[in-house]
Design a protein. Structure first.
Length: 156
């Protein structure tokens, strides 16, 4: 391997490790995954939302949102209710325990990244996106389903 490929792999590993560390910190402080916290924050900021709208905004599959909502509801962090006029539609709302969980949670890594990324000049943003997309292709990962937040997965 060339030194540059080593440097690239080290940078990728640092990103992976930071994602793992941030997810573990969030799990330890609030008992949440980044995707769960994203849903709670959406409900805090926007009020009651449909599960379909949450799936659309988070770019998560409906089955993933259903599983995530099941876990949040079981913990008493959110409430779920069926729409009166369309039984297929499910409305989600934040409960006081969800607000408490958010109050102790650290800022998610993807929000820190987005804030800093947005401050970069357009040309640097474009170059970073191109380099990251190329990296995903080099790893045969371009077809993987992924949402725009850094998450290592379920807590267990």
């Amino acid at each position: 391997m060339s030194t540059r490929s080593d440097d690239a792999l080290i940078a990728l590993r640092k990103i992976q490790r930071m994602t793992e560390l941030a997810s573990k910190r969030l799990a330890q402080t609030a008992g949440l995954t980044p995707s769960q916290m994203t849903v709670l924050r959406m409900l805090e900021e926007q009020g009651e939302l449909s599960a379909g709208h949450v799936a659309e905004i988070t770019q998560l599959k409906h089955a993933t949102i259903t599983s995530l909502v099941d876990k949040l509801e079981a913990r008493g962090l959110i409430a779920r209710r069926r729409c009166d006029t369309d039984r297929r539609k499910v409305w989600l709302s934040l409960l006081p325990a969800g607000k408490t969980a958010l109050s102790v949670a650290p800022d998610p890594l993807h929000e820190t990244f987005a804030t800093r990324f947005d401050k970069l000049p357009d040309w640097q943003q474009s170059m970073l996106v191109a380099a990251l997309e190329r990296s995903a292709r080099l790893l045969d990962a371009e077809e993987l389903d992924a949402a725009p937040f850094l998450d290592i997965g379920d807590l267990g």
